[in-house]
Design a protein around this ligand. Structure first.
Ligand SMILES: Nc1ncnc2c1ncn2[C@@H]1O[C@H](COP(=O)(O)OP(=O)(O)OP(=O)(O)O)[C@@H](O)[C@H]1O
Length: 331
């Protein structure tokens, strides 16, 4: 029997939630392609290990950029591979799919995502906006007549949304999130230390010593790369406060976008947000000190959800279950 699945088709990771099983797949959104034959060589974790280490005839690409599909054919191949992997495990054939997208996608992008899921072996395909689904996955009851606020920060996009009565009342999606932070770190290290580092190294630095606030006793980390001047391998040491400096402008822009959204809402909803606070979800919400940065700038309570990387996939599964219950009540 076909089971329903929720898919978080993210810029950085694809997560699949199966009813009754929980999250059954969690892999990077990367595909390795042979540039001579155009054949897909590896998908997901296996392809991710190739990023920055490929010979000239292999290209490891991310088919989604900034939260939207930049390469439709490769996205479809990636989705088919992941859905196929579940069928092999005996989970399902032709499942109904709830797939999630940022709030600012165009109608063409919306159709492209639905089409990719249908052609990848889906039954009925539904598309829902990420912050709504993330809020449900984070355990917020968005269906009551009161305001809830969520900021979903992933790899490509930060989605800021205020929800009430099951819908988005105000939102903004900006293409600034974890990926931009990785490039900020790489640019900073090149400028300040004359060292060229790869995408993986920048991401490791962010995860190990990344911080949204200056700290009194900064941790240090050794970083290896290529010396800009000599072209030779070189090792340097960076500390936490340097990474805060690298991330400062991007974080400031995300906070400013949040303030702009708050400024558009009616006073009753604003009062609900003061009472109930803001929930941060998505992988980037795990950045050290980010909740404190938001609460000090916005003067409202801010918490990071539980398992922020899983919220969208889990919320998508829960939404499908909710829709089925409503459908069976109608019958
Ligand atoms: N501990 C951590 N500290 C800082 N950033 C982290 C941490 N863990 C994961 N991230 C970042 O979270 C991002 C991935 O988050 P997530 O899986 O929620 O995004 P996504 O859903 O794939 O992206 P999008 O929603 O933009 O399509 C990556 O940029 C990753 O570097």
């Amino acid at each position: 029997m076909a089971k329903d699945i929720g898919i978080d088709l993210g810029t950085a990771n694809v997560l699949i939630y199966v009813q009754g099983k929980g999250i059954v797949l969690n892999e990077p959104s990367v595909v390795a392609i042979d540039t001579q034959t155009n054949k897909v060589l590896a998908v997901g974790s296996e392809a991710y290990r190739m990023v920055g280490r490929t010979p000239s005839n292999i290209r490891a690409i991310r088919p989604l950029k900034n939260g939207v599909i930049s390469d439709f054919d490769v996205t479809q191949e990636m989705l088919s591979y992941f859905i196929g992997k579940l069928s092999v495990k005996g989970f399902m054939s032709k499942p109904n799919i709830m797939i999630c997208a940022p709030t600012n996608i165009t109608e063409i992008e919306r159709k492209a995502i639905i089409q990719a899921a249908e052609q990848s072996g889906g039954g009925k395909v539904y598309l829902e906006y990420e912050p709504k689904v993330a809020a449900i996955g984070a355990g917020l009851d968005i269906f009551k007549p009161r305001g809830s606020m969520v900021i979903d920060m992933g790899g490509g996009t930060s989605d800021i949304a205020i929800l009430s009565l099951g819908d988005i009342v105000a939102s903004q999606s900006i293409r600034l999130a974890g990926d931009k932070m990785n490039s900020d770190i790489a640019a900073y290290i090149k400028d300040k230390h004359g060292l060229v580092i790869g995408e993986h190294t920048a991401e490791n630095i962010k995860m190990e010593i990344g911080t949204a606030l200056q700290v009194d006793d900064p941790k240090e980390m050794d970083v290896r790369g290529r010396d800009v001047a000599s072209g030779m391998p070189k090792q340097i040491t960076v500390n936490q406060n340097e990474i805060e400096e690298a991330l400062h402008d991007t974080l400031d822009q995300i906070v400013t976008a949040t303030i702009n959204v708050l400024e558009t809402i009616p006073p009753e909803l604003a009062s609900d947000i003061i009472d109930r606070g803001i929930v941060l979800t998505g992988g980037t919400s795990l950045l050290n000190g980010l909740d404190q940065l938001f609460s000090s700038r916005l003067k409202v309570p801010v918490v990071v959800s539980q398992d922020p990387l899983d919220n969208v996939a889990k919320g998508a599964g829960e939404m499908l279950e909710r829709m089925q219950k409503t459908d069976s009540k109608k019958k």
